[in-house]
Design a protein around this ligand. Structure first.
Ligand code: HEC
Length: 209
């Protein structure tokens, strides 16, 4: 033994490096009915209500609260008309879908919301009156970047495109105009459509918006 002082150490190292991982690894993937061993339990025992449980906190004595009015489940089927401005067969919808108007609280509220959003997202290029004379367009004209000049929204053609196509233009962009799908939520894009329609009406009748 005295001539092999290293031997026990090697045996121990072998056990540590090879045998121990094998023994521990053998437990992996085995189903167990036992609760897991958790050393620090402070996240395990949390005060909470179970489904259908009672609670003295609320008047109706239920812990599960009814959904707030107007809540939509994430899994709810999204109306293709609302999401894309097209019918199931791929044609542009002619008018703003009714559920959008209803959720906004009526046409006036939708137009008001649209006016505010238009001022933020469209007016810098298309101008507050929709005449295509926003600050970006004016600057683009000054530096000779004609391609970046926004068009007037009172063009005869644009006045007659379906509401869905206007929604699609805002969502997907068109030629030199960027897409606004990611910066403006769906319902707000419809609100802008409503306001652009109102703007077109007032301008075509020579009224101020
Ligand atoms: C960064 C500047 C910019 C912003 C912001 C912008 N547009 Fe435009 N828009 C343009 C330009 C440039 C064009 C012309 C594109 C072309 O013809 O190359 C255009 C074209 C359009 C057209 C005409 C599409 C067609 O059928 O020819 C509509 C409608 C329109 N924009 C609506 C909007 C609305 C609504 C908003 C606000 C959500 C908006 N734009 C925001 C730059 C902008």
């Amino acid at each position: 033994m005295a001539s092999h002082p290293v031997a026990p150490g090697r045996g121990f190292l072998f056990a540590l490096c090879v045998a121990l991982p094998m023994v521990l690894g053998a437990c992996r993937g085995q189903p167990s009915g036992e609760p897991p061993v958790v050393v620090i339990r402070n996240m395990h025992d949390q005060p909470r209500y179970d489904p259908q449980a009672g609670s003295g906190l609320f008047e109706d004595g239920r812990a599960m609260r009814p959904l707030p009015k107007g809540t939509l489940p994430r899994e709810a089927p999204i109306l293709v008309e609302v999401a894309h401005g097209t019918t199931e067969t791929g044609d542009w919808v002619l008018e703003i879908p009714r559920p959008v108007v209803a959720r906004a609280g009526g046409p006036e509220r939708l137009v008001q919301r649209g006016q505010q959003r238009y001022g933020i997202y469209c007016a810098p290029c298309h101008g507050a009156a929709g005449d295509g004379k926003g600050v970006v367009s004016v600057r683009a004209a000054e530096v000779g970047a004609a391609a970046l000049q926004a068009t007037t929204l009172h063009d005869e053609r644009i006045r007659h495109i379906p509401d869905g196509q206007l929604f699609g233009t805002i969502s997907n962009g068109i030629r030199n105009m960027p897409a606004y799908r990611h910066s403006i939520p769906t319902e707000d894009r419809w609100a802008i459509v409503a306001f652009v329609r109102a703007l077109q009406l007032t301008q075509s009748k020579g009224l101020t918006p």
